[in-house]
Design a protein around this ligand. Structure first.
Ligand code: GRF
Length: 190
């Protein structure tokens, strides 16, 4: 199967990156991680990328004038890689219009809630505080609205009575690792 080049953007530990790389190793998976980008040169996920011989680019935001300027440089550096898809996986910066317009319908994200509920940060804490019984995770297209683009795939997770933020995060993350590769397959074969 022809493997289309994917870029993965991370800021931290990179367990979703790991699940994507693992899926890409399957013969019949339509993508291959061509590049990992991070705004944080200390992101733990970079170690994993390097170990797996994946190209890594890091850029320090504080060296740029503003988000447009920063994303312009990302676009310039990504261009030679001819990416068919960009997967945000725990990337903690909001993308500017510039990069979203450069890759129309080619940027996706994973979020640890059942969108459109619980956009933004600290989703598990808010879900528990609100005594929800069901939560989950969502893979969606990225547009200008935070966590607001079209939904590609969701998976529900049941919340137990004695659930803590930590136990819930663990349960949801396990499902994230299953649905992100599945969503990538869907998008790349659409
Ligand atoms: C995940 O929970 C993801 O849903 C959110 O950030 C976290 C990243 O975790 N956007 P990891 O870096 O992939 O381990």
């Amino acid at each position: 199967m022809l493997k289309q080049p994917i870029g993965v953007f991370i800021s931290g530990r990179g367990t979703n990156l790991q699940s994507i790389v693992k899926a890409c190793k399957l013969k019949d998976f339509p993508g291959k991680v061509e590049i990992v980008f991070s705004n944080n040169h200390e992101a733990a996920g970079l170690k994993f990328a390097r170990k797996n011989n994946i190209n890594v680019i890091t850029l320090d935001y504080s060296k740029y004038k503003d988000a447009d300027d920063y994303d312009k440089e990302i676009i310039r550096l990504l261009k030679p890689h001819k990416l068919k898809l960009i997967c945000l996986a725990g990337y903690m910066r909001i993308l500017s219009k510039k990069i979203i317009n450069q890759y129309p319908d080619k940027i996706i994200n994973i979020h640890p809630s059942l969108l459109p509920d619980y956009k933004g940060l600290n989703t598990h804490r808010r879900v528990i505080e609100n005594n929800e019984t069901i939560t989950g995770c969502t893979v969606h297209y990225v547009n200008q609205e935070l966590d607001g683009g079209k939904i590609i795939l969701q998976k529900k997770v049941k919340i137990d009575d004695d659930e803590t933020e930590i136990s819930l995060a663990e349960k949801v993350l396990k499902e994230e690792h299953a649905i992100y590769p599945e969503a990538i397959r869907l998008v790349l074969t659409r």
